[in-house]
Design a protein around this ligand. Structure first.
Ligand code: MG
Length: 206
């Protein structure tokens, strides 16, 4: 497996209409961006630790994309050509803190809040990518990239107009409908069929 050591993890919020609606939000007119710190990364099999300060931690299964070149103010076509890997990612979120803080940094940034699966190949048809999340073996989210408000090349191009993307940077492309809470003892899996998967047990913060 190639090493994953992004200089930054750039995330997109509300990129599936049904998910925006389930949280009572409008679909944004432009991509809604936020960052997760690289210190939140964990691999498959490592534990997600529920911080004591949150009473409501949720999973968000997402399609992650890794860029292989420095990208600055590029077109969607150039962004598309620069994608080198696809990976299953869980954008773990302290939903109560996300609401109370307004800024997403704390809610999205705890250690272990970014489980990432093995880096898989980039398919020719990005829209065919299917993303599912299972909790204790039960399917909770099931969507495809075809349902995105802004498609992957458009997202990466848009981000590159804000901040230079470096080789190895990771972009999280939003979560489909069906987000829900995690409890200690759960096992949560995010899988992109035939490409990548990440599975993590959930524990209370020691
Ligand atoms: Mg998300």
């Amino acid at each position: 497996m190639p090493a994953l050591a992004p200089s930054k993890i750039v995330c997109v919020g509300r990129n599936y209409a049904a998910h925006a609606k389930e949280l009572g939000n409008e679909v944004p007119k432009q991509p809604l961006l936020f960052l997760k710190p690289p210190s939140s990364l964990v691999r498959s099999g490592e534990s997600i630790r529920l911080p004591a300060v949150s009473k409501r931690v949720e999973y968000e299964g997402e399609i992650g994309v890794v860029v292989g070149e420095r990208l600055r103010k590029v077109s969607p076509d150039v962004a598309r050509a620069a994608l080198v890997s696809i990976c299953a990612v869980n954008d773990v979120t302290a939903r109560d803190l996300q609401k109370s803080d307004v800024q997403f940094t704390r809610a999205k940034g705890f250690d272990t809040f970014c489980p990432v699966g093995a880096l898989g190949p980039v398919p020719i048809d990005l829209a065919s990518l299917r993303i599912r999340t299972l909790v204790n073996g039960e399917v909770r989210q099931d969507g495809t990239a075809a349902d995105m408000v802004f498609d992957i090349p458009v997202l990466v191009a848009y981000i590159s107009g804000v901040m230079t993307l470096e080789p190895g940077d990771l972009v999280l492309t939003g979560t489909p409908a069906g987000v829900g809470t995690l409890s200690a003892g759960d096992v949560v899996e995010v899988e992109i069929a035939g490409v990548s998967a990440v599975s993590n047990p959930v524990i209370s913060e020691p």
